[in-house]
Design a protein. Structure first.
Length: 160
């Protein structure tokens, strides 16, 4: 996995013929992680992941979640959903039902004490197929977004 200065992470498969990219963008998380928890209220975060074939983007998946912070931890995941953009007829995907839940995470200050809190977790299973070289093969992906109250969020797109 390679990472760039703009926050893009790329994983290559099949000697570089297929690559997966994760791009980071969000309204709440525009700055780097805060030293203090986000203020009380609702916060929304969005992430995207791309599938490339032979260096060309064929599909982009977006996932977002809105969570409530009480100023100390995340107390509720309000909403989770996602969408896709198909750039080619090579890959056809359908979205499953977005799931949301509270997760757990420990936060440790550098050289200091540790505390625990909740994370907001959203996930979507994407089911589909790709037509490559005249053959069709099944592609099922699970996209997951995990956000914490300090302003850090990660997303992944993995095979199911």
């Amino acid at each position: 996995m390679d990472a760039t200065a703009d926050g893009t992470r790329t994983t290559s498969l099949r000697n570089g013929d297929v690559s997966l990219e994760a791009h980071h963008s969000a309204s709440t998380f525009a700055a780097t992680a805060a030293k203090r928890p986000l203020p009380k209220g609702n916060h929304t975060v969005t992430r995207s992941n791309k599938i490339k074939l032979l260096g060309v983007t064929v599909m982009e998946f977006k996932i977002w979640e809105t969570f409530y912070s009480n100023g100390r931890t995340i107390t509720k995941v309000v909403e989770a959903d996602g969408g896709k953009k198909n750039f080619s007829g090579v890959v056809k995907m359908s979205k499953g039902i977005a799931k949301k839940q509270l997760g757990k995470q420990s936060f440790c200050k550098k050289g200091g004490s540790c505390s625990s809190g909740n994370t907001a977790v959203a996930s979507i299973v994407w089911e589909g197929e790709a037509v490559v070289s005249g053959g069709t093969f099944q592609i099922d992906k699970k996209q997951t977004l995990v956000s914490n109250v300090y302003g850090t969020a990660t997303s992944s797109l993995v095979n199911v």
